[in-house]
Each structure stands twice: as C-alpha cells, then as structure tokens.
Design a binder for this molecule. Structure first.
Ligand code: FEO
Ligand code: CA
Ligand code: CA
Ligand code: CA
Length: 703
C-alpha cells in the first residue's frame, strides 16, 4: 500500500476491477497481506457423528405508523435471458421462477426473473428521521450521515409484523470514500469526511409499511423505532471478559463501555427478536504497534483510513489506547423493538473477524450460535448458552442468554483424507465427508486452553483456537441452521492460498488447492441436537462454473444443468427449507455479476442451483431474505460500482441518472436495499401502477 492511501485511498483507481478496491476497503487488503494464521496446528482428527437440530420460529409483535417516504426506483420488467439449461425452474407454488442466465459483469442493473420486478426500499443517504437533513450528493455533513441510512448495507432482515407493517434491520459494513465524496471536496474536508465515514458505518433499524401482503414495502421516515447505530454509539460490554484489563483504555477505565461498532458484516435474528451482528474486518481502522498478537488479527502498522487523525483511539501507539482494538471484533446484539436500549458486545462469543451469528435451540432449550471467522485459514465456532430459552417468557428474560456460556471451535476429519490431492477430484467413497468435533475453548466460566485465562481466550480467541488444533478453513462466511431440517450450512467463500508454498494443504473439508471458487459444507449435529459436541459433515457444493472447472460439484446433480456459482457468501432459507446463496466475488472468478441462487436440498433435484437475480456492476449480493409465502425476495446491494470513483462511476445504480441530472444528486451508485416481487398482484391480476402488474420503466443503465 502506498503512502497516498493515508489521505485518499482509492481516488484515481478506475480500472474497473473491483477486487483492488474491495480488498482495500472491505478487509484492509487481507488478501494481499500476510496470512494471519501462521500457526502450525495440524490436521489429525477423529470422531463420529450425524444428526440434526431445530431452530425456533421468530415471534415478534408490534406495529408501526407514521409519514411515509418512498425512495422507490422501479426496475425490472425487462425480459432477462434465461439459463441455457432452460426448464421451467421452480414452476408452480410460491416464488416460482425460471432461472436467469448469468449476467456479464459490466451490466449495471438488477436482473430478475421473468415475471418479477424490483425497486429499492431504502438507499444510502435516505433520511430516517423527521429532522434528517436532505441527502446531497456533493456536500455531506456528519449530522446528515448520522440521521440517514448508512453506507454498504450488508446483513439484512425484513420482519413482516403483519400484512401492512414491518421492520427493516440492516448492517452498514464499510465505506467507499472514493465513490461517496468528490475528490476535491474530500481533499478540502478530510477531517469531516472521515467523521462522515465513521458515522456511515454501523447498523440501522427502520419501520416499514405497505398496502398489503405481497406488495412492495416503503420505509417510514420518522418511524418510532427508527434508529442509527454508528462508529460512535455507546455499547455495553458483557460476559466474562467485560471489565478485564485487556479491555480498558484511558477513555474507558471500566472496560465496560465502547464507543461504536465497526465493519458489521453478516448477522442473525434471535428467537426473542433481537439482532446479532458480527464485527468483521475491524483491523483496518487501527494503526497497530506491530505486536505478534495484533499480527494474528491483521492489525496494520500503517494507517489505512486515517481515522487516527480525527480520533486518537484509532492509533494503538497513543498513550492509553493500546487496548482499543480489543474492543472490536465481537458479536453485537441490538434490540430493534426498543430504540432506547443500550446495544451490547458479548465477550462470551469470543473475538475474531465475526461473520455470521445464527441460532439453533438445543433440545434442552439452550441457545446455540454458529459463527465463522472470515479469513483464509481461520475457523468455525459455536457458542452454547448456559441459560435456556423460554419462548413464553417476556423478551427481557431472554435478553441475557448470550452473556454466559461455552465457546467451541470446529475440527473436521475426513473419512477418505488420504485420497485428497488438492485437485478437487472426488474420493473413492464418492463424497467429501467425515466427522467432526467441537473443541471447547471455555466451559463453565473457565478457560479450557492451557496457559490462557478465560479473558485471554475470549479476547485472543484466534490464538486459543490455534492451540487446540482447530481446522483451518477456506474463509468461513455465513453459517446458518436450516429452520426446516436443522442441518447447518457453512459457506466457505474461497482461499487461493490453500496448498501454496508454506500454507496448509487441501484436506477433505477444504479439498481444493488455490480454491478460488469456494464451497459449501452441510453439517449434521450428532443426535439431532445443536448442543452436541460431535457432528457429521459433507460438502454440498464445490463451487465453480462447470463449463470451465471440472471439479465443480453439486451434490451429484448434473453439472450441466445448474447455474454457475462462485464465492458463496451469505446463506438464507425459504419456508420449505431450500437454501439460498448469495455470492461475493463472481466477477473476478467466473466473470459474472454477483448473484443470488436457490439450491434445492432434498429429493431428486438435490444440488440443483438456479440463479434468481444478479446485482449491478461492481456490487456484491448481501443479506438475502426470502419471503416465499409472500412471493418476495430482498437483497442488500453492497458496494455497487466499486472500482469506480465519484468522478468516473462504473455504476449508476439505483437511480440511473447521469451527473448534473439534478442539483445535489450524485450520478454514481448508492448502496440500497432492493425488494423483488411478482408482476402479478395477489389477486392474480396485473395491477395498474407499475408496482403490481405493469412492468416498471426499464432502468437506464447510463452507459
Ligand atoms: Fe464482510 Fe466476510 O464478508
Ligand atoms: Ca469421503
Ligand atoms: Ca459477507
Ligand atoms: Ca444468513
């Protein structure tokens, strides 16, 4: 990384290859840098198992009212190309669709199946409160950022509380300064711009309304529960490491109070209606001291964001701030129902680059949270609560469940390990499969790792997991239990360093060297119980474009009859238990825009991948939410146009207006939450308004 990054990281970078910008902003160039996990923990495994678990249904109440603001941009209605393997897709039933053909990576629109259209629910910069300043594409303020929908929406949930009222909860993972700000303005207002960036991170809760089931949602400006959490919102720290000396700074001698949440990536919604959100690539915001512990977490020693120029806590070399970085990398819980509640960072669930946080309820009622550490050669974790979930208790009674419990890390053992040669060729038993064990890191409030206190295990969880011999994985992203079957699905996005010199070789759970396309594991807990400490596993999908990659594998389904898929990232389920997978990185690997795919898991079609949508140029598909009973799908379109700049956008999503179209309106892209719904109304007849029947205007791609 060159020095100019200190002021203006990516201005001038217009090569259209989003990977450079993605790497810089999203994870602080983790891919380009050294491998964080240089531990030599090995790969000897044993154990047996197989099974299931169940996830409780969500129970939410309440309704919303207020003035409606609509930021709709109607798209779709065009006839997309259909996949060349044809067929009538998931015809019949709810959310029937004919899979779309993969979309060439420069195409700048949301592509949806025939018979569907899309529009935005809310965009970056849309005002959330009655006194929110209006979004101005050219001149921004901290106040405007704090009171508006943040940047780079990631984890998403759309909670339909009844047919006409709902709640949107969404993470704001990171910022793309070179797209957000005109270069001259940034140069002249660098301190303000950095504070705006800090305020554009975090989390949003927004009330929704609509005319009826199956109709598109609009967000409520000034909704009673609307709330923004930012990089400066006060959080309470709880659990065994709260108040430890490792969490104290000169500004917080208690070690209980942290300002802000950063790089919130995937998450999950709890059975008691709160939302979990993982603090992922927090390393990039800090200037480190170069200690070996910081190295294990990828903390750079030179500035990547320049935030230390506006807040001394971001430089760990500053007196009294050495521990500030230990206050990020946690699983966060917020209560979207109570806008006055203090959000919490749970130390009991460990500290790493938290991606997912999805819950199963064990047979005895304990809460199990599945989590990934999204870095090459890092690990899969689960947390088992001490207390038991009581569905009949007041919400408040369940809100302490994640404060105390045991933390485990996964070890995977293949049953045909000796045959794994890194090529991705299936072993002689016809499956990448085996057994696994959840190795305890903490139990009953005590450290299970020799030489480390429980505070150390929880604050330096990666190091603890290295010592117990966890299995190095290919970037564990979203991990989620299937609410219908209880099986757990684990997306491994990719790992091009697997099997390269000095790095861990392929194993049965990560069977390809230089794994650029990723894979998806299917895990069955022993005895059908999420609290089991052993499990069985198999690889459901070895991703890739089957026309180019012979190792692509789809649970035995014919590879010439699936949509190409690469870099699986977020996972979700529909009401029937079908798996939906969004991607992060297809443009760089198979040349197509990132996508959302449906994967059938049972019956003769098991392993069939069908592409439902594609996001615009430069974007990643995040936070898929599948409301198949409502015939609706939602995605967070993250970093549209990444790789371009404010002056030279490569995407005009979602407004598709050229520069100067209107004063204060930026030409370039705005990360947005998109809803996809049927052209046909619930009454079975085409509607009149372009939202319920008539195709909307074709988006102007602005090219
Ligand atoms: Fe923020 Fe692991 O993706
Ligand atoms: Ca095998
Ligand atoms: Ca992600
Ligand atoms: Ca998910």
């Amino acid at each position: 990384m060159h020095k100019s990054l200190k002021l203006l990281p990516m201005f001038g970078h217009t090569n259209g290859n989003r990977s450079a910008a993605t790497c810089h902003y999203k994870c602080g160039n983790a891919c380009l840098g050294e491998t964080c996990n240089t531990s030599d923990n090995s790969y000897f495994r044993e154990i047996a198992g197989a099974a299931l678990s169940r996830r409780a249904a969500l129970g939410l109440g309440g309704a919303a009212a207020g003035a409606v603001v609509v930021g709709h941009v109607v798209g779709g209605g065009a006839t997309p190309a259909v996949a060349d393997f044809g067929g009538n897709g998931s015809a019949g039933g709810k959310l029937a669709f004919t899979p779309i053909a993969p979309v060439e990576r420069t195409v700048d629109t949301v592509t949806v199946p025939k018979g569907y259209q899309w529009d935005t629910v809310i965009r970056w910069g849309d005002p959330m409160f009655k006194d929110s300043p209006t979004f101005d594409g050219f001149v921004k303020t901290v106040e405007q950022a704090e009171k508006s929908f943040g940047y780079n929406n990631d984890y998403l949930n759309i909670i339909a509380e009844d047919d006409t009222h709902g709640l949107l909860v969404c993470n704001h993972e990171y910022t793309n300064e070179e797209i957000m700000f005109p270069e001259d303005w940034f140069k002249a207002n660098a301190a303000e711009a950095r504070k705006i960036a800090i305020a554009s991170h975090g989390f949003a809760v927004v009330e929704l309304v609509r005319a009826g089931a199956g109709k598109p949602w609009s967000y409520v400006k000034g909704g009673k529960r609307n709330r923004r959490f930012t990089g400066t919102t006060e959080f309470k720290v709880d659990g065994p490491a709260a108040g430890s000396k490792l969490l104290k700074t000169v500004a917080d001698p208690s070690g209980h109070k942290v300002l802000g949440t950063l790089n919130n990536c995937a998450g999950g919604t709890t059975p008691w209606g709160t939302v979990l959100s993982g603090e992922e690539n927090f390393n990039q915001y800090f200037v480190g001291t170069g200690s070996s512990v910081e190295k294990r977490y990828g903390i750079p020693t030179t500035s990547e964001r320049g935030w230390e120029t506006v807040d001394p806590r971001f430089d760990l070399n500053n007196e009294g701030y050495a521990n500030e970085v230990n206050r990020f990398g946690w699983m966060v819980e917020i209560d979207p129902q109570d806008p006055t509640s203090t959000p919490v960072k749970h130390t009991a669930m460990g500290r790493f680059k938290h991606e997912a946080g999805n819950i199963s309820v064990a047979k005895d009622g304990r809460i199990v949270v599945y989590m990934g550490d999204d870095e090459r050669f890092d690990y899969v974790y689960k947390f088992i609560s001490k207390g038991k979930y009581n569905p009949r208790a007041a919400r408040q009674a369940n809100k302490n469940l994640l404060t105390e419990g045991d933390l485990y890390v996964a070890k995977f053992t293949g049953d045909t390990e000796a045959e794994i040669d890194g090529s991705g060729k299936l072993p002689s038993d016809g499956a990448f499969d085996g057994t696994g064990t959840w190795i305890p890191l903490t139990q009953n409030g005590k450290s299970m790792v020799a030489g480390m206190s429980i505070e150390e295990v929880l604050v330096w969880t990666r190091i603890a997991a290295d010592r117990v011999g966890a299995t190095k994985m290919d970037r564990p992203e979203d991990i989620e239990p299937n609410p219908v079957t209880g099986k757990i699905y684990m997306a491994m996005t990719n790992n091009t360093q697997r099997g390269t010199e000095g790095k861990a070789p392929a194993d049965e759970a990560n069977p390809r060297n230089k794994n650029k396309d990723g894979h998806i594991l299917e895990v069955t807990e022993t005895g059908d119980d999420a609290a089991a400490l052993t499990f069985g596993w198999n690889i459901l999908i070895v991703a890739g474009d089957p026309s180019k990659t012979s190792s692509a594998y789809f649970a035995g389904y014919p590879a010439d009859k699936v949509s190409p898929i690469s870099c699986p990232d977020n996972v979700a389920f529909d009401s029937k238990g079908n798996l939906w997978v969004s991607t992060d990185g297809q443009p760089g690997t198979i040349g197509y825009c990132d996508a959302l795919h449906k994967v059938t898991l049972v019956g003769a079609e098991r392993g069939r991948v069908e592409q439902f949508l594609a996001v615009p140029a430069g974007a990643e598909t995040c936070g898929p939410v599948i409301h198949d009973l409502d015939n609706m799908v939602f995605v967070a379109v993250q970093h549209p146009g990444e790789g371009g700049t404010f002056a030279e956008p490569i995407s005009y999503f979602p407004d598709f207006k050229k520069a100067g179209a209107r004063a204060g309106e930026m030409a370039g892209p705005r990360p947005s939450v998109v809803q996809v719904y049927s052209l046909i109304g619930k009454d079975g007849k085409p509607g009149k308004d372009g939202k319920d029947g008539k195709p909307g205007a074709l988006p102007n791609t602005g090219r």
